[in-house]
Write a protein that binds this ligand. Sequence first.
Ligand code: SF4
Length: 457
Amino acid sequence: MTPTSLELLKKYSVPGPRYTSYPTAPYFHTGFGESDWAETLAVPAADRGLSLYVHIPFCDSLCYYCGCNMVVTRDYGKAAVYLAALEHEMSRTAALVDPTRKVRQLHWGGGTPTYLNPDDIRKLMAMMRKYFTLTEDAEISCEVDPRELTREHLEALRESGFNRVSFGVQDMDPDVQQAVNRIQSEWLIQQVLDWSRELGFSSINLDLIVGLPKQTIESFTRTLERVAVWAPDRLAVFGYAHVPWMKKHQKLIKEADLPDFTTRLALQQRVNEFLGAAGYVNIGLDHFARPEDELVRAQQNKTLWRNFQGYTTHKDCDILAFGASSISQTADVYMQNEKSPKRYQERIAATGFAVERGLKLTRDDQIRRDAITRVMCDLELDFATFGNEWSIVFSDYFADALSALRPLAEDGLVDITTGKVNVTRVGRLFLRNIGMCFDRYLKEATRNEQPRYSKTA
Ligand code: SF4
């Protein structure tokens, strides 16, 4: 890493959102309630498909780095109660949504969806098919924890129509695995990959994390070498967000074991070089895919979109999310459910909904969300095209953003000389900082009111 790029990284390593939504989740408010959500669901939107998400919050054991909404429990009885609540929520929701709208994408996340036993996997998917109609070519994906997984779990997923799986690999080094309390051998990962391929899943994603305790360039390079042999279709390489003030269990990670700033950045650079050389294309912030993958094609065609599940090819879908803490999204509304599974179940039993908070987007929110999404997905923003789409004069409407972008242009992160904002090669490492220039909420909040975000680099 050159001193110049290190200086830039130090300068731009500031707390900032990942922009899986805009406005970001801290701005959702409790003034948005069940009647608002019922009204939103009933809005006719025949031209928009559906993307369903189900959150299964249970896990067998705690990974110390975890940033998800989850409950560690060995009491499987909780799953049956939770599944009943999910069915109640789906029936209440489906009763309000236009039945001709089809599901183009379906995803189970968590927690650990494969905490469910094979019979309950079949039961949950049958439940979803009872209330919603899936297209023939729907993308149906599930996050899978290789530990505790059996071939029967994968068979149940495949028989239920799942065609994609995503495995949490994170880091294969034994010291790192020990430090984060997630032990999984190479043999184990190899076995679940073999099963998945034998069973005919058409796309396999592996998740990795940089910035974990005890990680070194050498040890993580060994993980990358292993991963290259496994040859997944996609990879998501997340930066570990150490936020022990929000996630108390992260205090179990010794701060002295975390890689220092320079190592962390060198790790990120190693990932980009290694995966690039292995034939993967970097999609924006943290995703990599093979050149023939739909994500790469969508980026080339400028139809890539970003939502709570990361990068997606399904821009024109409303996300209906079920389960504790899950976030739904329509063209102009975000809605988040109660986070605690217990309270979620109580609220569902009472009314069929468990709305904790939400937000109705203003036109300005929608325009700024589109601008942030365009730079994070397309890596460019054409003033004239964007202005025509939203009936605005770009340079007037975004005078604030353009002046905020000026120092980034001087540092070579963006080029704004040709009626476009173009993200440069160096700027790809700073997409969150570039997005922040368009964020009205960041600008208006005083320092003390500012939500606490993880660092951008
Ligand atoms: S399995 Fe996933 S959700 Fe569960 S504790 Fe580990 S990281 Fe968190």
